[in-house]
Write a protein that binds this ligand. Structure first.
Ligand code: ZN
Ligand code: ZN
Ligand code: ZN
Length: 283
């Protein structure tokens, strides 16, 4: 039995397993909902799945006809979806701790992949759904470019922002907090100076969650759709932009994998980006 939870711990659930599939999805909806390069999902029999706490704190957003995406109202973590028609529960792997008895098998919706992310692991890649799913894909996302500001928005379109200035750093963080905050294999965070950042619309829709006991760790998300959006740290004068929320190519590429000592057992780093056990030394 595998236990899962959102970042704040309000929503908890159990999955008996076994996990039958594990895949990475690069579609623009997953990238925005999680704020990362891609989402990773595991599937298991629905009969062996149950919520054990916090079901009343789950919000749902209808992302396409007949399909919704769930998230925790308090912290924004993406939550499992039961799919009665196929008898499966589909769960973001970042919600789960420990060895899952399965490893990633393929990438899907690589036709919508972020320009700043390179796939290097040699797993099969499908432009949309893999053929064995027998499903039609949705429209592919287009990368928009306007001037030199990095621009982004949430899945429902209620929140939009832009940020100018040179990015300070771009890290893939594998720590347990980021895995639960993004419900993903790792976070993809680009930091800019806060004075170049502005909300274009929907600042009133942004929900902020500060992890208790942590000095700086928190998450900002759209309270309507659950998408991860930038979080401004006034004290530090920086804004953390979840790269998956961007609509255009920020130019910069990831500079480091950080907190790799905390990565998930099924997470294999196969690219040549420098790795640090915790934080890299400050330049
Ligand atoms: Zn939560
Ligand atoms: Zn997806
Ligand atoms: Zn939204």
């Amino acid at each position: 039995m595998t236990e899962g939870r959102c970042l704040c711990g309000t929503v908890r659930f159990e999955i008996d397993g076994p996990f039958s599939s594990m895949l990475h999805c690069h579609c623009s909806m997953c990238r925005k909902h999680h704020g990362t390069a891609f989402a990773t999902f595991v599937a298991a029999p629905l009969a062996g799945f149950r919520f054990v706490a916090g079901e009343e704190s789950i919000a749902k957003y209808d992302s396409s006809p007949g399909f919704h995406r769930s998230f925790c109202k308090v912290c924004g973590s993406v939550l499992p979806e039961g799919m009665p028609a196929i008898g499966l529960v589909v769960c973001p792997a970042g919600d789960l701790d420990g060895d899952l008895g399965i490893e990633p098998q393929m990438h899907m919706f690589t036709g919508s992949k972020a320009a700043w992310y390179e796939i290097t692991d040699g797993l099969p890649q499908h432009e949309e759904y893999p053929p064995q799913f027998g499903m039609q894909g949705t429209a592919r996302s287009k990368v928009e470019t306007h001037g030199d500001a990095a621009q982004g928005s949430c899945l429902c379109g209620g929140v939009a922002y832009e940020v100018t200035g040179t990015p300070l750093r771009f890290y893939y963080c594998h720590c347990s907090r980021c895995r639960h905050a993004r419900s993903a294999q790792h976070a993809a965070n680009i930091f800019y100076r806060a004075d170049g950042f502005r909300w274009v619309r929907g600042a009133d829709l942004v929900q902020d969650y500060q992890l208790s006991g942590a000095q700086f760790f928190g998450v900002a998300f759209c309270r309507r759709c659950g998408s991860k959006v930038p979080r401004v740290s006034v004290e530090r004068g920086v804004v953390n932009v979840p790269a998956g929320s961007l609509n255009n190519d920020p130019g910069i590429r990831a500079q480091a994998h950080i907190f790799v000592d905390s990565k998930a057992p099924w997470d294999r780093i196969t690219d040549s980006i420098p790795q640090f056990t915790e934080m890299p030394p400050r330049r």
